[in-house]
Design a protein around this ligand. Sequence first.
Ligand SMILES: [Mn+2]
Length: 318
Amino acid sequence: MHSLTKLVRIIKSSKRIVIATHRDPDGDGIAAALASAYLVKHYRRKEPVLFCHSRIPAKYQFLLGNLKFTRKAPDFDLLIAVDSAGISRIFPEITEQDLKDKTIINIDHHRSNNSFGTLRIIDQTASSACEIIYFIFKRLKIKVSKSLAEIFYCGIYNETGGFVYANTTKESLQIASELVGLGVRPDLLVKKLNAKTLGGTALLTKVLSTIEVKDGVAMMYLFQDMLERSSAEMSDSENFISFLEAIRGVRVSMFLREEKGGTRISLRSDGVIDVDQLARRYGGGGHRLAAGLRLQKTIPEAKKEILTAILREIKEHS
Ligand SMILES: [Mn+2]
């Protein structure tokens, strides 16, 4: 495959390599960055630098092994960007234009990916960024060790919601099967991955108590003071939205989280509307059934605005 020959050539010829995943990283983004580090290490002696603007949530620390992420924007001549639809998802204050002299490899599966970079390996039909990178290993005939197999498994498991979302495909299950063949123990690994702290569980009860459902749209929110009151971190709320999706009759779910300077909104759809399209109108994006955006508004203001947009769209599609 032509692009993989180019990928290897770029990795071999670059001096300072940085691998970066998006801010507020999820399991797929972190795992894709770690897997890329294995890929780079296969071709070079020098360890690549791993960058993420946000802190890596404690629950993923066990995957890191000897690898570390830095939060200080590093200098590089090659950036390998994974699971990130645009440069602003990685560096909030940097634009594509600022990096026009750098070599950038863009490995992603988001439909909202804006095609940045020198070499783009984008597959919207892939379940996850990890799936794309797994296929890179296979096509380049690089051996996948047990520790790397665990990384891939966690990424795909996380992005498919534990093999239940619409991106649970023949390919993703096939890869999972191959990873188990390489020594992954799904029971032990998933137990580690899903382990909540007591504070995280306390936070869940607080967030769930805010649930409202209106005309097929389920909503709930998280205010900063709930974190303090339950000794939890924002990253503990990563999968909370699945509780909204599980409510019978709910077509669209919206989880609003208070952040410095605004509100972060996660959206899920059962297919009735395209939440990627909707999120993009506000500068966000993602996938057709799962997307996110940020608004410089308070939670009540943001909720009102997005709820109105969702209800209008549901009406148009029914
Ligand atoms: Mn992903």
